[in-house]
Write a protein that binds this ligand. Structure first.
Ligand SMILES: Cc1ncc(COP(=O)(O)O)c(C=O)c1O
Length: 209
């Protein structure tokens, strides 16, 4: 299977993986919208989501196959229940706090559900490649989605501090794996930068002239 192609125009550098998650979720959310997040899971998802007047709905992680896995039937049930209010499913692999590394088959099941409900995946892969069992390698969700026909948009977030063992280095990134969403995000990001420069110029003019 060919490797997932990645272009530099699909990457945005951020303030750590936390900043990357913030950009990704901010762009997807409206007030009253919903994001499915793993439980137990990293608490930052809730902080970001609620800061936009949106809500998290936790899907269960359950002990299974000598590790922890997403409860896919619970995930499906929540997607059915909340319908189009669900803007994204956060998949954290390898997982904090369970340490689980999802199998290829399990990731296929998760991608299939998101495909069935046309929901993008926000993949928090900040611990990508930090695996300790040779029989449980790390598979990026975006690669699995690509192998399955690339129908599900995947926004991957990661950073230097964990994946590259550089604690304290506040460098992260998001990578878009969807041609339409990618263009939209890049436009949004450029608009934000333009606004910042315009504001900054305004302040400078007020202060110095
Ligand atoms: C699952 C998970 N995602 C993201 C982060 C944030 O990473 P960063 O330090 O690069 O902001 C952490 C940090 O503990 C984490 O555990």
């Amino acid at each position: 299977m060919p490797l997932l192609p990645i272009q530099s125009s699909n990457v945005i550098v951020a303030n750590g993986c936390s900043g990357a998650l913030e950009i990704a979720l901010t762009a997807l959310l409206d007030p009253h919208s919903i994001v499915l997040v793993p439980q137990p899971g990293f608490p930052l998802y809730q902080v970001i989501v609620e800061s936009h007047g949106a809500s998290i709905v936790p899907y269960r992680l359950v002990p299974q196959h000598d590790t922890w896995e997403c409860d896919v039937s619970h995930m499906r049930q929540l997607l059915q229940q909340y319908g189009t209010r669900v803007r994204a499913v956060v998949v954290n692999n390898p997982s904090n706090p369970t340490g689980a590394v999802f199998s290829h088959q399990h990731l296929q099941d998760v991608v299939q559900i998101c495909n069935d409900f046309a929901v993008p995946i926000v993949a928090d892969e900040v611990y990508g490649d930090l695996t300790y069992r040779p029989h449980q390698p790390f598979y990026p969700v975006a690669q699995v989605a690509y192998e399955m026909g690339n129908h599900v948009p995947v926004i991957t977030a990661s950073g230097l501090a964990k994946q590259f063992l550089l604690p304290g280095w506040r460098v992260g990134w998001i990578v878009f794996h969807d041609k339409y969403v990618c263009r939209l995000f890049v436009c949004l990001f450029v608009c934000l930068l333009v606004c910042l420069f315009v504001c900054w110029d305004g302040i400078a003019v007020q202060c110095f002239f």
